[in-house]
Design a protein around this ligand. Structure first.
Ligand code: ATP
Ligand code: MG
Length: 230
């Protein structure tokens, strides 16, 4: 039986706004992603894709249900434990790279290693190896402003992967790229998912890209369904 690195069990989430109705964004969402599995998350704007990814990435609170990372429920974790899980077990890629503009690509990728207590030399070695793997060996000393959009996203992917996460969450990672750069970043996500046996979820509006993944999930009206079955 395959092992699930990421599981959401009946997760609910609503936002309560002052002087307006409660918005129920997620209604008992269930999702299990196996090791080495790549799942796409589609759905209209405002459906809750980012909300779901932020909850799975322990970047946001949820109201009910369970989130399990590596089989362990995070519901009763302290903030310190959540920080540890985020840093050691989860990689997150955003639509806009969110790299530190004053740092080189190498230092940006090394940062999570340093945060987890690795020695400087070891952190730089891990960062360099990953950057070479995504074809950026000639760009390691470039700052984000000196990189193309596709290169920035490849650096952001390396940063998400450098601590060998079990779960990779990407929120429209190619939303800002042209076709070729988009395919390149996607291919790297797929390659790394298989190689490192990560459980990966990619939110995207690009249905062709979504179709390439193992499963396509659709979020609508707070409910998650297999888009294939629609
Ligand atoms: N912090 C917040 N407070 C209140 N409402 C919020 C908050 N964050 C998101 N929402 C609402 O929750 C809903 C889901 O938002 P979310 O960003 O998850 O959608 P999405 O599917 O990622 O959309 P997009 O495709 O445009 O990125 C939206 O209606 C949004 O207005
Ligand atoms: Mg979003």
């Amino acid at each position: 039986m395959s092992k699930f690195n990421l599981q959401l069990c009946e997760v609910t989430k609503s936002y309560e706004m002052v002087k307006s109705n409660k918005i129920q964004v997620l209604k008992e969402v269930n999702l299990s992603v196996s090791q080495g599995e790549l799942v796409s998350l589609t759905g209209p704007s405002g459906a809750g894709k980012s909300t779901l990814l932020h909850i799975a990435g322990l970047l946001d609170e949820f109201d009910g249900g369970e989130v399990l990372i590596d089989g362990l429920s995070v519901r009763n974790c302290s903030e310190q434990e959540r920080t540890f899980i985020r840093r050691e077990k989860i990689g997150f890629v955003y639509q806009f790279h969110h790299l530190i503009s004053e740092f080189t690509a190498l230092d940006n990728v090394a940062l999570p290693q340093l945060a987890s207590g690795k020695e400087h030399k070891q952190a730089l070695r891990a960062a360099r190896e990953l950057l070479e793997e995504v074809g950026l060996s000639e760009r390691i000393l470039h700052r984000p402003g000196e990189l193309s959009g596709g290169e920035q996203q490849r650096v952001a992917l390396c940063r998400a992967l450098v601590n060998n996460p079990m779960v990779l969450l990407a929120d429209e990672p190619t939303g800002n790229l042209d076709f070729d750069a988009s395919l390149n970043v996607y291919s790297l996500i797929e390659e790394m998912t298989r190689k490192l046996q990560i459980s990966t979820v990619v939110a995207t509006h690009d249905l062709d890209l979504a179709d390439r993944m193992d499963r396509t999930l659709n979020l609508k009206g707070g409910l998650l369904s297999f888009a294939d079955a629609l």
